[in-house]
Design a protein around this ligand. Structure first.
Ligand SMILES: [Ca+2]
Ligand SMILES: [Ca+2]
Ligand SMILES: [Ca+2]
Length: 204
């Protein structure tokens, strides 16, 4: 009985962890490069023990921390936290891990690991390696459709521009992106809405 309960709890935790997704990145800019991860699930997730690494694929390289609420994002950046917040005008509702040293190059990889060192999400990119895909220099990249999230499909990612559906703006240093917020694409919003309706009906 107890064993089954523990198993159920860990399966639930694993399913919840899978809701943490890479939602934006910029490998180079006038300001510091950054990565955004977002909690796309329905409950807060404690990131204690979680970590990031680039293409060296080693859990524990850069530690994350904090509790990421539903719909909230965390930024990893080579800037100091204060510099990044000031450049993009971010409030304290956005978690920022600054002074990250495992930096992104033109062709690189983003790996997010949970506290158990399990790979939770990965994005592999490089415009020379995968011709025709975006080059996030001075403007960030975003998943262009819901299927691009959590599937390591760089061909489906698109560059930010001011006035896009992601709500992108220009930082004080001239970089374009939308760090700290993730607005789902219209398709994803519709799916979430349908999912919410089904869940509501089931609860009744
Ligand atoms: Ca870089
Ligand atoms: Ca690197
Ligand atoms: Ca974003």
């Amino acid at each position: 009985m107890m064993k089954a309960m523990i198993l159920a709890v860990s399966v639930t935790a694993a399913a919840a962890n899978a809701n943490i997704r890479i939602t934006e990145y910029m490998y180079s800019g006038t300001g510091g490069e950054f990565i955004e991860i977002t909690n796309l699930g329905h409950s807060a997730i404690d990131l204690t023990g979680w970590s990031y690494d680039d293409d060296s694929r080693t859990p524990g390289s850069v530690m994350l921390s904090g509790v990421l609420g539903r719909g909230r994002s965390l930024i990893l950046t080579e800037d100091s936290e204060a510099t990044f917040r000031a450049a993009w005008g971010l409030g304290l509702n956005v978690l920022v891990v600054g002074n990250v040293t495992h930096n992104l190059g033109r062709a690189d990889e983003i790996n997010i690991y949970d506290a158990g060192a399990n790979l939770i999400d990965r994005l592999t990119y490089g415009d020379q390696v995968f011709p025709g895909t975006i080059r996030t220099q001075g403007r960030s990249g975003n998943p262009g459709n819901p299927g691009a999230i959590g599937t390591n499909d760089i061909a489906s990612w698109v560059l930010s521009f001011v006035g896009d559906s992601f709500g992108s703006w220009t930082s004080t240093r001239g970089d374009i992106g939308n760090p700290g917020t993730h607005i789902p694409s219209p398709g994803a919003a519709a799916l979430l809405c349908i999912g919410g309706l089904v869940a509501t009906r089931r609860r009744r």
